[in-house]
Design a protein around this ligand. Sequence first.
Ligand SMILES: CC(C)(COP(=O)(O)OP(=O)(O)OC[C@H]1O[C@@H](n2cnc3c(N)ncnc32)[C@H](O)[C@@H]1OP(=O)(O)O)[C@@H](O)C(=O)NCCC(=O)NCCS
Length: 182
Amino acid sequence: MQFVPFERLTLEQHGEAARILVDAFVHMPSAWNTPEEANEEIALFLEDDEYQAWALTDDEKVLGWVGAVQHHDVAWELHPLCVDPSVQGRGIGRTLVRKLEEAAQQTGVITIWLGTDDDFGGTSIFGKDLYPDPLSAMKDLAPATRHPYVFYEQLGYVVTGVLPDVNGLGEHDIMMAKRIRP
Ligand SMILES: CC(C)(COP(=O)(O)OP(=O)(O)OC[C@H]1O[C@@H](n2cnc3c(N)ncnc32)[C@H](O)[C@@H]1OP(=O)(O)O)[C@@H](O)C(=O)NCCC(=O)NCCS
């Protein structure tokens, strides 16, 4: 398998990356619902210097990809992360995150942070009113289905907060971060 920067992918592989974005997030209403929306997202990573993405390929086939929004020299946002549903559960997501962390470490990044939405009932906070004390409401966070915050926890990310209602009432964004510099 190869970890390939987006700018080195072919046009056909960019199309594959867009398809994977739609297919992987099909259960999330707030994500990319159409090929047009996915193509716009791919274009950001090709045109804007602050956005960088890498795909994991096997024999030219795109298996998944990860993006980084480089808001700051020492802090990158991991966004987005998607693995083709036909090959999920084979360690590809984990490999993509580890590769991204290596790339970030090489440029002196201290922190990688991310938001992982629950607009589909994946956790115990879905549908709840988190005010007036969102942080205390987060103490009881638990998975209701296979929510990816558990995947990130396995990779050393910790829940650092929550953005209440950012996808609609009761549909929150779980914020996570990891210090990648020892
Ligand atoms: C989340 C995602 C990137 C994980 O990629 P993957 O290749 O399927 O995951 P891996 O095979 O690398 O899994 C690594 C570990 O995380 C676990 N894991 C993976 N997805 C999980 C999930 N949604 N919930 C709980 N655990 C999960 C795996 O069981 C595995 O654990 P193990 O080592 O104990 O067996 C992938 O399932 C995906 O694209 N999902 C849809 C899009 C998405 O939710 N992206 C993240 C949004 S922030």
